[in-house]
Design a protein around this ligand. Structure first.
Ligand SMILES: [Zn+2]
Length: 144
């Protein structure tokens, strides 16, 4: 499954209103319920899987631990599911949403991708010249 997926029905996902994460991207309160349908990790191009030859005669292997974390979410945008105020109860909305999904209703949704790029301090063993871009990461996505 890749980041192009739009499938939120074949697997059960938690209904969320916001998401905190120690290393992944944070998702703020949107006023609408959402589900995380895909997660991916991108390694730095100097990461363990990739050997990198520097220009010139010197070839050096580094194992940079920096990673970018990606979350793809589906947001349920129907006004019936909106809860503008964080303080309002949301359990009924979640219940109605789950029931609507179970009935296979055609819901209005939109998709968003959140990315948390590693800070410069997360990289080890290599520099940052202009010919050596860090973002976007060049590694292949890996489902976790
Ligand atoms: Zn790096």
């Amino acid at each position: 499954k890749s980041l192009s997926t739009t499938d939120y029905k074949s697997k059960r996902h938690l209904v969320k209103w916001q998401a905190e994460s120690s290393h992944g991207p944070k998702i703020p309160y949107l006023g609408m319920p959402f589900m995380v349908i895909q997660r991916a990790t991108y390694e730095c191009r100097h990461g363990p899987l990739h050997e990198h030859s520097y220009s010139g005669s010197m070839s050096k292997k580094v194992a940079c631990p920096a990673k970018a974390y990606v979350k793809k979410i589906v947001i349920f945008t129907d006004p019936a599911f909106r809860v503008e105020e964080k303080s309002q109860p949301r359990y009924k909305v979640v219940k109605n949403l789950k029931a609507a999904i179970a009935r296979n209703e055609n819901l209005s949704v939109s998709y968003r991708v959140y990315v948390k790029f590693p800070g410069v301090e997360c990289h080890e063993g290599h520099g940052f010249d202009e010919s050596d871009p860090v973002n976007p990461p060049s590694a292949v996505p890996k489902a976790d």
